[in-house]
Design a protein around this ligand. Structure first.
Ligand code: AMP
Length: 195
């Protein structure tokens, strides 16, 4: 059973690492950002409501986010472990996740914090904007997303540090190098992919 959360500022490479780690541990990577984007694309009611917040670089309200995660974590493939990418992002979402997992006695094993230099992140995101054309990758929105992260999500690190489950990883470097660092750090904590 591996229950992980990947946390870090926008552009730190969470999505890429989430996919690779999920493969290594044979668990689903659950990204609220991806779920919202799929809903926006399909123009579902959830997508229509979420779009404005996302385009402005704001967080989607908890009333739309929490139930989505509760439902996703209840699905069969997540019962033997999961890697959350981009949730929780606020203190209230931490409490909500505690509630979701607590009801199954399923606490997080590890919170992987991907660290990176803010200027490098903005540069990366501007590049991604050119390559993928995401609506929330304009320079103004990118800077706003960094501020929202610092205000609302960075404080979560303290909450999880107090629980002794944060693993800090340098997020700069080649994708494979960063994955290696994460796998080594988790293995050192007895959370190797082979278990
Ligand atoms: P991401 O792909 O994780 O950067 O997420 C893209 C956008 O989706 C964010 O800027 C938010 O607008 C929204 N989003 C993703 N996860 C959450 C969350 N846990 N709470 C609120 N909004 C979220």
């Amino acid at each position: 059973m591996s229950r992980f959360l990947l946390i870090g500022p926008p552009g730190a490479g969470k999505g890429t690492q989430a996919t690779l780690l999920a493969q290594a541990y044979s668990i689903p990577a659950i990204s609220t950002g991806d779920i919202f984007r799929a809903n926006v694309k399909a123009e579902t009611p959830l997508g229509v409501e979420a779009k404005g917040f996302m385009d402005r670089g704001e967080y989607v309200p908890d009333s739309l986010t929490n139930d989505l995660v509760r439902d996703r974590l209840a699905q069969q493939d997540a019962l033997a472990g999961f890697l959350l990418d981009g949730y929780p992002r606020t203190r209230d979402q931490v409490l909500e996740l505690d509630d979701i997992l607590g009801s199954d006695n399923n606490e997080l094993d590890s919170v992987i914090l991907l660290k990176a230099d803010p200027d490098e992140l903005v540069r990366r995101l501007l590049n991604r904007a050119k390559e993928q054309g995401r609506a929330d990758d304009t320079e103004e929105v990118i800077r706003h997303r960094q501020t929202v992260y610092l205000d609302q999500t960075a404080p979560l690190i303290e909450i999880y540090s107090a629980r002794g489950i944060v693993v800090e990883i340098d997020g700069l470097g080649q994708v494979g190098e960063v994955t290696e660092r994460i796998l080594n750090a988790l293995t050192a904590r007895g959370l190797s992919p082979a278990i």
